[in-house]
Design a protein around this ligand. Sequence first.
Ligand code: CDP
Ligand code: CDP
Length: 238
Amino acid sequence: MLRVIAIDGPAASGKSSTAGLVAQQLGWAHLDSGALYRALTLAAVDTLGEGGRRKGEEWPAQRILDLADRLPVRLVLVGAKFRPEVAGADVEEAIRTERVTRYVSVVAAIPEIRTWVNTQQRKAVEGGGGGGGGGRGVVVDGRDIGTVVFPEAPLKIFLTATPDERARRRLSQRGQAVDVELVRRESEALAARDAADSNRRIAPLKPAPDAVLLDTTALTLEEQVMHVVELARQRFPG
Ligand code: CDP
Ligand code: CDP
């Protein structure tokens, strides 16, 4: 049995925080697939430049993939977490900047990029113990983990929360003031990215038919983690 828990959902719904804590409690590894899309975007913006694409156009997929191999862009298992690396440097912080966030959905909509990222994820899971054989598993979070990357995952969670609540969470995560105007602006930015992710032709953001839907608007992080851990103990006995 594939030892993978898939956690999908819109931006700032709590996927990565939940996945990290669930992995910790189960003694599994955590893979944030968004981090890999962000690392590729960082490499494209830094190396090809924002002018590397004309407005409204994509960067050429092959140039990004050549970069990914050359630099390289990769995921490295450090302790129990797969961390994004570009040219040997940890980019966990650099990939969260506005400059990367602005372009990541454009890069993630390119079919060849998705194929590359999916291959990296499957390799990581095989190496990280998720392939079965009684080793530890991997909690993977993203947008298409339950639908496309690991459709055979025995446990799939789809997290949601209202746009305003997600905007408030993202602002507090960044240490920014949670005032009405900032919440409105952040909420619009999240909605725009969710729309791009939901309306793309390949691997759009949506729950797998057998996903457990979890609205976290009124939950604490601890409550949702406990809920997922309970489901995991039922689905992965022993
Ligand atoms: O943390 P946040 O929810 O803001 O985003 P993320 O998980 O870091 O993902 C960044 C972007 O990568 C998303 O908006 C998607 O465009 C893309 N992504 C994707 O297409 N498929 C995934 N499995 C994960 C991320
Ligand atoms: O990965 P994704 O973009 O879906 O979300 P995240 O990066 O995990 O960010 C969610 C933020 O909301 C984190 O700072 C969490 O501590 C916080 N949060 C949560 O995830 N769930 C709650 N019920 C309350 C707060």
